[in-house]
Design a protein around this ligand. Structure first.
Ligand code: SF4
Length: 647
């Protein structure tokens, strides 16, 4: 039972019904700078699922604040009716809603529409941007933008707003002595560097009055040379709390957008332990007088409860936990722990989609981002007998959804264990938690009473006996061998064979990678951690090219620490005993490497034998997932979901 998680919390003028909240995060459910119906449906689902508070993503307070092409524009009154619609959607469930008051300063995405501005002309490494130094009248105009936007939030009937100074965004650029090189009243001394924030808070308060909640989101440490350290942040927060005043809460996270390494903390991937920033929050909570909220991979309500019980924070951000399962709070409250779908920190469909400028979803939960269509899985008019062949993610998801629709479903898996390729993927260092998607799906199979049959090879005879109404084939793929000479040599293995651990691997290993995907980089780390001397040669422009940026950079950091050599832009031509020969993709110049073992990381192709047999004998066979065409896990789950939802 939870003693703390489901107790109310007062933050300024707002009383939140429980301690669980969703932090502001970019959804890309934005059109012409305004929220879409999908954004309203998305937040409504979080509120319906039991969140106490939802904070709406970055709202640009000024035309110079559009850091991506999908940033909400809140600097005109056009946004007010949209706030009203969003507020009504969440208030219906007793959930509160705040808005992020946002200005990125110099941290503008390449897809952003604004010219980067900053206190001083200090470039940002991650985006390669040289900002324009703000002139004083521009500073005043931005300050006014914060205040007027806060008033719009209030007029729209929402409950509060927070100034975003986290991740190296504008307010923190002013307070860092390494980013703020000004010699006017906004630079130099500690007080001068805090003047911008002081003016913003004062201007907001003057507009919204005391009965509206105003907070500050910030990083406990930027983890980059030019940003702020934890000790500096503590001093800043003490000063804000005691000398500036006017705020109702601090919402803590870590990291900075400024560099590839520090940006990993913005949405920490699975290598960063859950609740990583909670100990920092605890120290800050001791030093200040207003409520402290904290986030960072708090993916389990029990972890949230521990943070609250130990006094580390007053509220816990469980953003991805609710992207993955928006009904997690209500399930936790009802103690239905087996029904909670746990976020695995893969970053693939949430922040990964946002970085690709496409609407966010969840790898494990295709309903996220499709709430208008799928928030209720309707019962089918007619109960069918459905056989699913193959217990990988696509087959498992299809079986779950078909059973949820009320069909009688049997799932056959030829091996003794469900999971498909995920069983191998979880052997990769840093991907252990990825494997948790299998138990998540198993619990769903149990809940919807799918008849799971392991160690059973499905044949046309078996299907003729069963006479199902629908056959869903999800038998997966097999490793792909590229068009290169000598691959039949015994020193050539594929990534599946490496992870299965059945073959002897020599000390010196070369990995030939195709498109910068997880198998190549992951197996490089797997072997390096086992003590092999590894070189990763990729056909792609750089290693990990296909991966979500934070996941990629964390892996590249690990490879560098293990001394793995990475050679990009080379395609495998030929394997010879003890050797691998590559070709530069631009110059065709040859590159020869000694390789006692050559590992092929060329992905996979569809397993078509069973389909070719069945299609002659049955008219009701549908292929999904890798056995149709190679898929990401996200695509496979979505395909299983959508097909089963249509039955
Ligand atoms: Fe969590 Fe991955 Fe879903 Fe994002 S996509 S919410 S990290 S499980």
């Amino acid at each position: 039972t939870f003693k703390y998680l489901f107790t109310p919390q007062k933050i300024g003028a707002t009383t939140v019904k429980n301690r669980i909240f969703s932090t502001g995060h970019m959804t890309t459910y934005v059109e012409n700078g305004l929220p879409t119906k999908q954004l309203i449906a998305y937040h409504r689902e979080r509120a319906k699922g039991g969140a106490g508070l939802v904070i709406v993503e970055a709202n640009a307070v000024h035309p110079s604040a559009a850091f991506t092409s999908n940033t909400l524009s809140a600097y005109t009154d056009e946004i007010i009716p949209h706030y009203r619609s969003m507020g009504e959607a969440v208030h219906e469930f007793g959930c509160k809603m705040f808005v992020q008051l946002f200005h990125p300063g110099r941290e503008v995405f390449p897809s952003g529409t604004s010219v980067a501005v900053a206190p001083s002309m200090v470039p940002t490494d991650r985006f390669g941007v040289m900002p324009k130094a703000l002139e004083k009248d521009e500073i005043k105009d931005i300050v006014k933008g914060y205040a007027e936007t806060a008033l719009r939030v209030k007029k729209g009937g929402l409950d509060g707003a927070e100034i975003v100074a986290s991740h190296g965004y504008l307010a923190s650029q002013f307070w860092s002595p390494r980013l703020n090189l000004r010699d006017d009243e906004y630079g130099g001394s500690f007080e001068n560097r805090l003047r911008f924030l002081t003016e913003v808070i004062d201007a907001i308060r003057k507009k919204v009055g005391p009965d509206f909640t105003v907070g500050l989101r910030l990083s406990v440490d930027d983890f980059e040379r030019e940003g702020s350290t934890f000790d500096e942040v503590v001093d800043i927060l003490k000063y804000i709390d005691k000398d500036i005043g006017g705020l109702d809460y601090f919402n803590l996270i870590g990291g900075s957008s400024a560099t590839l390494a520090s940006s990993v903390f913005i949405v920490p991937p699975a290598t960063i332990p859950p609740a990583h920033f909670a100990p920092y929050a605890a120290k800050i909570r001791e030093a200040v007088s207003i409520p402290v909220m904290v986030g960072s991979r708090i993916n389990d309500p029990v972890i949230g409860e521990k943070i609250l019980a130990s006094g580390q924070a007053d509220m816990v951000a469980m953003t991805r936990a609710m992207i993955c399962d928006p009904h997690m709070p209500n399930k936790a409250l009802r103690e239905e722990f087996d029904r909670i779908r746990v976020c695995i920190g893969c970053n693939q469909a949430c922040i990964g989609h946002m970085h690709d400028n496409i609407p966010i979803s969840c790898l494990q939960n295709p309903v996220t981002g499709r709430e208008i269509q799928y928030s209720v899985i309707a019962k089918a008019d007619q109960r069918k007998k459905i056989v699913v062949v193959g217990g990988g993610p696509a087959g498992m998801k299809a079986a779950v959804i078909a059973a949820e629709r009320g069909h009688h479903v049997s799932l056959y898996e030829k091996s003794g264990e469900l999971g498909g390729q995920v069983k191998l993927a979880r052997k990769i260092p840093t991907r252990e938690e990825f494997g948790e998607l299998v138990p998540n799906l198993k619990r769903e199979l149990d809940y919807y009473r799918v008849n799971v049959v392991l160690n059973k090879e499905v044949t046309s005879e078996l299907l003729q006996k069963e006479q199902p109404d629908e056959i869903i084939l999800a038998v997966g793929g097999k490793p792909f061998y590229p068009n290169a000479e000598g691959l039949e040599s015994s020193h050539v293995l594929n990534t599946w064979e490496v992870l299965e651990g059945t073959d002897q691997i020599s000390r010196k290993v070369v990995i030939a990678d195709w498109k910068g995907d997880m198998p190549g980089i992951g197996v490089a780390l797997y072997l390096a951690e086992k003590g092999h001397e590894v070189e990763l040669v990729t056909n792609s422009v750089h290693a990990g090219f296909s991966l979500q940026q934070y996941v990629r950079d964390m892996l590249l950091g690990r490879l560098a620490m293990k001394g793995v050599m990475v050679t990009p832009q080379h395609k495998l031509l030929k394997a010879e005993p003890g050797k691998a020969i590559f070709e530069n993709i631009y110059t065709a110049q040859k590159l020869e490497r000694e390789a006692d073992t050559l590992v092929l990381a060329y992905g996979h192709i569809q397993e078509a034998d069973l389909y070719n047999d069945l299609k002659e004998k049955f008219t009701n066979v549908k292929r999904i997932g890798d056995c149709m065409v190679p898929r990401t896990v996200e695509e496979a789950i979505l395909e299983g979901f959508e097909y089963a939802a249509s039955l």
